[in-house]
Ligand binder design. Structure first.
Ligand code: NAI
Length: 367
């Protein structure tokens, strides 16, 4: 029997535990907070109750799923784990201490995985006796629903550890995409221009409604502003600032004032009842909708090409990740057109501090 251990039973950890339990794995789960441990299975039952009510999950299957999860006191009770996944607070010292505790009890070939969104996976190996079994398994929220998992290798990760993490996670129904241990991995990094170019155009005088309408007309399920409103402008700002800092404040990750002002206004999106657009819907697409789309997509293609040039992933991997992670209708390498010409025109029109945003990635010529 393969055993998966999940540490941290908040939003992500409980969803990850559910994901593997639903696939038939035996799951050991824990949290540092007693109340989180005690309430975990009740919370899971409550989450799944609507599916039972809708006839999509039988009471028997729900009972069997929950019975496969054992809540334990802490990492010391996780010796049986073949794969451990942490989803605790996003603090490197906390995660390092946890992996040290896990390493003391699990088998030598047990895989240690982190669900971090923004920390370096390599940095988490510090102090480990077996850094070759440390990797990232980055799930998306809500974990049981979102198909994509980014599989992050750090320089010491072994092929055996990667293969085991991939196999178990694919068995749990996920699409696993390999990606390098770079800030933002694939999705959180390649998404930046989707918001960034929209915010640039907003600062240039276009309306959020026009920009979103243009992207909807091009097949996107949500425009950039509707997506910020859904996620929360504060969360988007934190992610943008984090990536900007991690990438040496390169202009491709510029933090636009329009986003800072929105956060300062307190209108963060759906959760506060008002955002860039919310509760309104975008109006009709403007006459030059094609130019808006071409600009955003050229920047998306360029960011994807920069990431590709850094190694550790593939065109197909990036395309799949953005389609599954952000619901994009096409991946950046499926866009076509002439991104280089669009980028050159954008660079010529940009203020000096933003000109470097549009430097073409190596290899863009051949796309
Ligand atoms: P959360 O705050 O909902 O849950 C974290 C849980 O970890 C809490 O129940 C807390 O009591 C527990 N915890 C903290 N320190 C612990 C320790 N030393 N040992 C055991 N349990 C401990 O956080 P959330 O949103 O679930 O995030 C967890 C991790 O997943 C973070 O690294 C985050 O960056 C990452 N992540 C979050 C996503 C999201 O959309 N919320 C998406 C993908 C990754």
């Amino acid at each position: 029997m393969t055993t998966i251990a999940v540490i941290g039973l908040g939003t992500m950890g409980l969803g990850i535990a559910q994901t593997y339990a639903a696939a038939g794995f035996s799951v050991l789960a824990t949290d540092a907070v007693v109340a989180a441990r005690d309430s975990a299975l009740t919370r899971l039952r409550d989450t799944l109750a609507p599916r039972v009510a809708a006839g999509k999950l039988s009471e028997a299957d729900l009972g069997a799923l929950i019975a496969r999860i054992t809540v334990v006191s802490g990492p010391e009770a996780m010796a049986a784990a073949d794969l451990t996944i942490e989803a605790v607070v996003e603090k490197i010292e906390v995660k390092r201490a946890l992996f040290a505790a896990l390493e003391a009890v699990v088998a030598p070939d047990a895989v240690l995985a982190t669900n971090t969104s923004s920390l370096s996976v390599a940095a988490m190996t510090e102090g480990l006796a077996h850094p070759e079994r440390m990797l990232g398994l980055h799930f998306f929220n809500p974990a049981p629903v979102m198909k994509l998992v980014e599989l992050v290798a750090q320089p010491a990760t072994s092929e055996a550890a990667l293969a085991r993490a991939r196999r178990l996670t694919e068995t749990a129904g996920k699409t696993v995409i390999a990606c390098p241990d770079r800030p933002g991995f694939i999705v959180n990094r390649c998404a930046r221009p989707f918001y960034g170019e929209a915010l640039a155009m907003l600062e240039e005088g276009r309306s959020a409604s026009e920009i979103d309408a243009a992207m909807l007309a091009a097949g996107y399920r949500l425009g950039p502003f509707a997506l910020i409103d859904l996620i929360g402008a504060d969360i988007n700002l934190a992610a943008t600032e984090g990536l900007a800092a991690a990438m040496g404040n390169h202009p491709r990750y510029h933090v636009f004032e329009a986003l800072r002002r929105q956060v300062a206004s307190g209108d963060l999106g759906r959760k506060t009842g008002r955002g860039f657009l919310h509760p309104d819907r975008p109006g009709p697409a403007p006459a030059d909708a094609g130019a808006i789309t071409a600009r955003i997509e050229a920047a998306l293609v360029n960011e994807a090409a920069w990431l590709l040039s850094e190694g550790g992933t593939t065109r197909e991997g990036i395309d799949t990740a953005l389609k599954l992670g952000l619901n994009f209708p096409r991946g950046p390498f499926e866009v076509g057109g002439t991104p280089r010409a669009t980028l050159a025109a954008l660079a010529a029109a940009a203020p000096p501090h933003l000109r470097g945003r549009y430097d073409p990635a190596p290899g863009l010529e051949s796309l």
